[in-house]
Design a protein around this ligand. Structure first.
Ligand code: AHR
Length: 347
């Protein structure tokens, strides 16, 4: 019965994916502009032209990426860079890798403003602290697109948010966890980056759903693993030492779940059986773990946002209106269907 439910969610997700131009076929790897560090993305040297789109009709977009903390993040970067490479006759991308630091994202945005790009995009590493630099972009007449993560600013300071409903993802993860453990038992939670909307909202959705509907499930420990596999493993090791009787782990992303699986195995237990896993993202690695019987469920979060990002940026350059939240609709995948769908996964 579950298989049928999951399949119908999957169909809805695939339909949506095709609407937003993020179909399930893997994007071809093409020659890409190399990723710039924030320093490289900064204002060009004195003898270089400041405004790169001057005299050209190209859409010039600056994107301040968070970094490379997860397979999901790499897939998003790939989606953005591949689109830009494939549309290099009409699009110019200035890409900055902020190496997990908000100050680097702010530096990159200031640099994009100086270079007078048409549109600025970013995935905010944390929610707060953006008011001033967004206001500077607004004063310069440059619209801001928030991609995949939200920022805690007045709505007037950005044009649109493109991404998933993280609270819903958390709620869905809680329902899947409850089903897997028969509605009772002690579980632990691996949180994402402190202050990131993806972490805050996935926690809120999950914890609220458990508190409201599953009185016999107890979240005995919850700690950040910063969305990385290494920290997911490290934190899980300490969870296992102080909570030997846990039956499940909820991780805010697949990479941390994959780290937790390593820790469970090293502790002499069977991931997927002794301790079940529910995580978020839908990366290839978690599908491999599900096929191997070592993971149980992933709630998808689509990272293939490049095409929609540039289409939206083009609309903004042309003065067209865009929705304030362009919501992704994602699927839910359990281990019983993992083998059937793994080959169609694009990331
Ligand atoms: O903002 C999306 C989250 O950020 C993804 O779930 C996670 O893997 C990433 O690093």
């Amino acid at each position: 019965m579950k298989k049928r439910l999951v399949s119908s969610i999957l169909c809805a997700a695939m339909l949506t994916a095709s609407i937003v131009g993020c179909g399930s076929a893997a994007p071809e790897k093409t020659a890409q502009a190399p990723a710039q560090t924030v320093e490289e993305a900064e204002t060009p040297k004195a003898d270089a032209p400041a405004a790169t789109d001057e005299g050209s009709d190209k859409l010039v977009v600056g994107f301040a990426q968070i970094g490379q903390e997860s397979g999901w993040r790499d897939a998003e970067t790939m989606s953005i860079q591949t689109y830009a490479a494939e549309h290099s006759d009409t699009v110019e991308l200035k890409f900055a890798d902020a190496q997990q630091k908000q100050e680097n994202q702010i530096k990159a945005i200031k640099s994009f403003i100086e270079q007078d790009v048409d549109v600025i995009g970013l995935a905010p590493v944390v929610e707060t602290g953006w008011d001033q630099v967004f206001a500077e972009a607004q004063d310069a007449g440059i619209p801001i697109i928030l991609l995949d993560r939200t920022a805690d600013v007045d709505e007037s300071l950005y044009a649109t948010f493109i991404g998933s409903d993280f609270i819903e993802e958390g709620k869905e993860a809680a329902k899947q966890m409850a089903e897997l453990i028969g509605g009772k038992g002690k579980i632990v939670e691996l949180e994402g980056t402190v202050g990131a909307s993806a972490a805050t909202d996935r926690k809120t959705g999950f914890d609220e759903e458990i508190a409201a509907n599953y009185p016999d499930i107890e979240i005995v420990a919850s700690q950040t693993g910063d969305f990385t596999r290494a920290q997911g493993k490290e934190v899980m090791e300490s969870f296992l030492k102080s909570n030997p009787d846990i039956v499940g782990v909820y991780a805010h992303n697949d990479d941390m779940a994959l780290g937790a699986i390593e820790a469970i195995k090293e502790a002499g237990l069977k991931p997927g059986e002794d301790i079940v896993t529910v995580s978020v993202d839908g990366v290839k690695g978690i599908f491999e773990a599900m096929v191997a019987g070592e993971a149980n469920c992933t709630v998808e979060c689509n990272p293939l946002l490049g095409p929609l990002f540039f289409e939206t940026a083009a609309k903004l350059k042309n003065g067209e209106s865009v929705e304030k939240w362009v919501k992704s609709v994602d699927g839910v995948f359990t281990s019983d269907i993992a083998a059937d769908v793994i080959d169609s996964r694009a990331y």
